[in-house]
Design a protein around this ligand. Structure first.
Ligand code: FMN
Length: 179
């Protein structure tokens, strides 16, 4: 049986987006993928926790897609994590609903890759900023996938964004078809 994919998309101004809008468009047309747009669903930040937990249970591969904001995720996604990934659901002795699901990150940055280095503008390799995601994934017993990062997204061409999105799509298809 093929696996089902939930893309949790968090962009506060998707209508002004260049990169994430295009990436979401490609992922939307990938078999077995559901795009769950958080800012569309919860414009007033009132998250339906039960609905979100049910959605998570119904999918095998969970993807966070968002622009990188202050080395982190947009605020509604952080609130979603705080409220939805509860003890007894996502972690803790009885919290095994996410166990063995695969977790993938698809983010876009404003800065170019060389800015994310010891001598660069941001002082660290980008993976240093992703440790909290990785440990969250481990705590919830999910399987971490190599993240997809589109650097310098405001300087990339439409074709580069499309190629990047196609790579994510390919990765998703590999995961959905794996036994
Ligand atoms: C509030 C805010 C914080 C941001 N923080 C970062 C950051 O920490 N690092 C970075 O590389 N880009 C940062 N950016 C740039 C965004 O990541 C970039 O504009 C976005 O990835 C472009 O994607 P989009 O075309 O889908 O909007 C920030 C932008 C905003 C609005």
């Amino acid at each position: 049986m093929t696996k089902k994919v939930l893309v949790i998309l968090a962009h506060p101004h998707l209508n002004q987006s260049v990169a994430n809008r295009q990436i979401a468009e490609v992922l939307k047309n990938t078999p077995d993928v559901t795009i769950h747009n958080l800012y569309d669903n919860y414009p007033y930040f009132h998250i339906d926790i039960k609905k979100e937990q049910t959605l998570l249970k119904q999918h095998d591969i969970i993807i966070f897609q968002h622009p990188f904001f202050w080395y982190n995720m947009p605020p509604l996604l952080k609130l979603w994590m705080d409220e939805v990934l509860t003890m007894g659901f996502a972690y803790g002795s009885k919290g095994e609903h996410l166990k063995n699901k695969k977790f993938m990150l698809a983010i876009t940055t404003g800065s170019e890759q060389m800015a994310y280095s010891e001598n660069g503008y941001h002082g660290f390799d980008i993976h240093n900023f992703l440790f909290a995601y990785k440990q969250t994934c481990q705590l919830c017993q999910m399987q971490w996938q190599e993240p997809h990062i589109l650097f310098g997204s405001r300087k990339t061409t439409e074709e580069e964004i499309r190629n990047h999105a196609e790579k994510i799509k390919k990765h998703i298809i590999t995961l959905t078809e794996a036994r």
